[in-house]
Design a protein around this ligand. Structure first.
Ligand SMILES: NC(=O)c1ccc[n+]([C@@H]2O[C@H](COP(=O)([O-])OP(=O)(O)OC[C@H]3O[C@@H](n4cnc5c(N)ncnc54)[C@H](OP(=O)(O)O)[C@@H]3O)[C@@H](O)[C@H]2O)c1
Length: 346
C-alpha cells in the first residue's frame, strides 16, 4: 500500500480508501466484514461511509451500512486501526426520508450522534457534508443553472461553528466537503481563514475518473494551492470502466443493470470513450479497471481513491491497482482519448 496524509493533519491514510455504499443492498453483512478484513490486511486503513448508505437509498434501509461497520468494529476491536469518514446527508429528494432541516445546528448534532451510535465508536475521524444545501451543479448536473429558484440563506459560518463545537467535544476530528463546486469550496476555506477559530475543510470528495475529469477544470488548482485533498469517488464510473458493459449481453447483478437510472456513465460518448480506453489497456496488457484506477491513484491532487466492490475478486483487483505503474506511452494515450472525448460523463 501507499500512504498519504489528510492535508493539514498528521493522520496517515492509505491512498486506496474502502468505499462502503453497496453494503446492506448489493452486499450483505458477511460480505462487508470480509471486505473490511481483507482491505485492512492489505494496508487499507481508510474507510468511507455515510448515513445515506446503502445506495440506492430507501427509508427501510436508512444507515444500515454504518450499522454493519459498527458491528465489525465491535467484533474485531479494529476501530483504532481505521481512519473513518462519514457524512451527513444534504437536503433534497435523495434524502427526504432522513430529515428536511438541512445543515441546521440541530440536524448536524443529531446526525453525528446517530452515526456514532450506529458505528459503535465515540469519534469519527473525518466528517463530511455529503452535498451542498444550496441548489448547484452536482450528481450528474454538468453546468450551474443560473435561473434555478434557490431560497438558500448563506449559513456557512454557522455550519462551521457547529462543526467546531463537535470537534471540541471530540466527537469528530476533522471536516470535509463533498460534491462541491469551486465557489462553495473557496467560500468554506475563506470563512475559516477570516475566522481562525473555525475548522478548515481538509478534503473534498467529488467524482473523478477517466470519464469525468471535471475536477481538473476549476477545483484542481484550488486543491493544490489550498491543500484541500481530493477523495475521488466513482473512479470506475459505476463499474463502466471495467469494460463489462461493452459486452453484447449486459452483466447480471451489476449496478447499471440492476438500477438502470444509474446511467450517468453510460451515454453514447461515454461508451465511445470507454471503448477507446479498453483498446488502450488491451494494447498495453493492462486490465481496464486497473488502468483506470492507477490513473486516479497517481494524480497530484489526489489524497485518496475511494474504490467500491461487490465481490472479493473486484476488491482484490482494485486494491492491487496501487502497484500498477502507467508508462508514458499509456499516459499519452489517455490524454489523446481525453482530448478527443473530454469528460463524456457529467
Ligand atoms: N460523496 C458522494 O456523493 C459519493 C458518491 C458515490 C460514491 N461515493 C463513495 O465512493 C465509493 C466508490 O464509489 P462507486 O461504487 O461509485 O465506485 P466505482 O469504482 O465507480 O464503482 C464501483 C462498482 O463498480 C463495479 N466494480 C468495481 N470493481 C470492479 C472490477 N474490478 N470489475 C468489474 N466491476 C467492478 C462494482 O459494481 P457491480 O458489481 O454492481 O458492477 C462496484 O460496486 C462509494 O462506496 C462511496 O464510499 C461517494
Amino acid at each position: 500500500m501507499k500512504y498519504t496524509r489528510i492535508p493539514h493533519t498528521d493522520i496517515r491514510i492509505s491512498k486506496i480508501c474502502l468505499g462502503t455504499m453497496t453494503w446492506g443492498r448489493q452486499n450483505n453483512e458477511d460480505d462487508a466484514h470480509e471486505q473490511m478484513d481483507y482491505a485492512l490486511d492489505q494496508g487499507v486503513n481508510f474507510f468511507d461511509t455515510a448515513e445515506l448508505y446503502p445506495i440506492p437509498s430507501k427509508k427501510e434501509l436508512y444507515a444500515v451500512t454504518e450499522e454493519l461497520i459498527g458491528n465489525w468494529f465491535k467484533k474485531t476491536g479494529n476501530r483504532d486501526k481505521v481512519v473513518l469518514a462519514s457524512k451527513i446527508a444534504g437536503p433534497g429528494h435523495a434524502a427526504r426520508h432522513i430529515r428536511d432541516t438541512g445543515f441546521s445546528k440541530e440536524s448536524i448534532i443529531s446526525a453525528v450522534e446517530g452515526s456514532l451510535k450506529r458505528l459503535q465508536t465515540d469519534y469519527i475521524d473525518l466528517y463530511q457534508l455529503h452535498w451542498p444545501e444550496r441548489k448547484t451543479n452536482y450528481f450528474g448536473q454538468r453546468g450551474y443553472n443560473a435561473h434555478a429558484v434557490d431560497v438558500w440563506d448563506d449559513n456557512i459560518h454557522q455550519v462551521l461553528e457547529t462543526l467546531r463545537d463537535l470537534i471540541a467535544e471530540g466527537k469528530i476530528r476533522h471536516v470535509g466537503i463533498s460534491n462541491e463546486t469551486p465557489w462553495g469550496t473557496m467560500r468554506y476555506l475563506e470563512e475559516s481563514k477570516v475566522h481562525q477559530s473555525l475548522p478548515r475543510m481538509k478534503t473534498i470528495q467529488n467524482p473523478y475518473s477517466l470519464l469525468n475529469r471535471l475536477f481538473e477544470v476549476g477545483l484542481s488548482e484550488i486543491s493544490m494551492r489550498e491543500q484541500i485533498g481530493l477523495l475521488a469517488y466513482s473512479p470506475l464510473g459505476f463499474g463502466v470502466l471495467s469494460g463489462k458493459y461493452l459486452a453484447d449481453v449486459p452483466p447480471r447483478k451489476a449496478r447499471v443493470t440492476l438500477f438502470p437510472n444509474y446511467n450517468r456513465y453510460s451515454g453514447e460518448t461515454a461508451t465511445q470513450a470507454t471503448e477507446a480506453y479498453a483498446e488502450l489497456a488491451k494494447a498495453h496488457d493492462l486490465s481496464l479497471a486497473q488502468m483506470a484506477l492507477a490513473f486516479v491513484n497517481t494524480r497530484p491532487f489526489l489524497t485518496s481513491n475511494i474504490i467500491g466492490a461487490t465481490s472479493m475478486e473486484q476488491l482484490k483487483e482494485n486494491i492491487a491497482s496501487i502497484d500498477v505503474d502507467l508508462s508514458d506511452e499509456v499516459l499519452d494515450g489517455i490524454e489523446e482519448i481525453h482530448n478527443a472525448i473530454p469528460n463524456p460523463a457529467p
